[in-house]
Design a protein. Sequence first.
Length: 343
Amino acid sequence: SRNIRLAVIPGDGIGTEVVAEGLKVLEAVGTKLEPTHYDLGAARYHRTGETLPDAVLEELRGYDAILLGAVGDPSVPPGVLERDLLLRLRFTFDHYVNLRPVKLFPGVPTPLAGSSADDIDMIVVREGTEGLYAGTGGVMRRGTPHEIATQESLNTAHGVERVVRYAFEKARSRPRKKLTLVHKTNVLTYAGDLWQRTVDRVAGEFPEVTTDYTHIDAASMFFVSQPERFDVVVTDNLFGDIITDLGAAIAGGIGLAASGNINPERTAPSMFEPVHGSAPDIAGQGKADPTATILSVAMLLDHLGLHAESARVEQAVAADIAERRSGRSTHEIGDDITARVSG
Ligand code: NAD
Ligand code: IPM
Ligand code: MN
């Protein structure tokens, strides 16, 4: 079979450190993966003023998948790299499904007293191309006492329906077959109404799936107090962003949380990345846990149809974290998981 073309964007801070370990594991699992590195992020921005040149964006479109570390750096104004690099990739390549498993591996400590691996096994289907991330709105009279800043949430019937449909399909494929819409329909009456009506309508096509609804504030509480309530969660872009950091915390920490920005129709490459950011507070110290990136690599392999390889990576991670030894460096964790994948 032909080589799989992978674009690699290590990015900033610990992004470069964790991606190196992800690639080590990819190589060890024995796929015909041909990685090409793209130098994008804070260093490129400072050197050339570029975030994501149009020509690079079009080149990236030709890959089978993208692996990204993290972007964002304290030396760059907030939003520049996040919006013009990361969100531009998600929007341009129609990554309307941001898939974020929240799964507690056996043996991993959770801060939730009394919860075990059986209780925390859900998947958040976060919308990835719309909502408050769309960037509509603006500012008037900036810097004056009368400044007005608006930031709108964009929700289209098409955009909501396609992600809701994906979430129903995901729910149908899981043993519990339960889908929870998380929103704020009691206040966000226009957007919430569209989401709720869409779920209600699409539910008619999935009679085997049970649906329910929880407001985002209560859902945040239930993530902590009763995580077993959730199987598949579908929610908008910003709620999904926030609740998946909470999800990461209950499932053993942000260093373990993986994600995939999926284009289900495969009209452009999907992009896999840890949920965490560039972690400037620990960057360059070899302290970052690369496990989230390695689990994102497992999601990438699965997306590319390499199911056995994906399972091997996930099993290697599960075995590694079941006997977590503390004090290991980024490299040591990567090496330990690589050894399990190889042998
Ligand atoms: P962060 O996720 O980078 O860090 C939050 C905390 O978690 C920090 O204390 C950090 O040290 C810790 N942490 C994160 N990943 C870890 C890992 N793998 N191992 C151990 N500890 C880890 O979030 P932040 O501090 O809010 O953001 C920092 C920068 O990253 C910002 O510029 C932000 O915009 C950006 N960011 C980028 C992405 C992305 O590229 N997908 C995601 C989130 C944040
Ligand atoms: C994430 C990050 C991004 C988001 C930022 C960096 C744009 O927090 O991937 O969770 O908000 O989606
Ligand atoms: Mn986030």
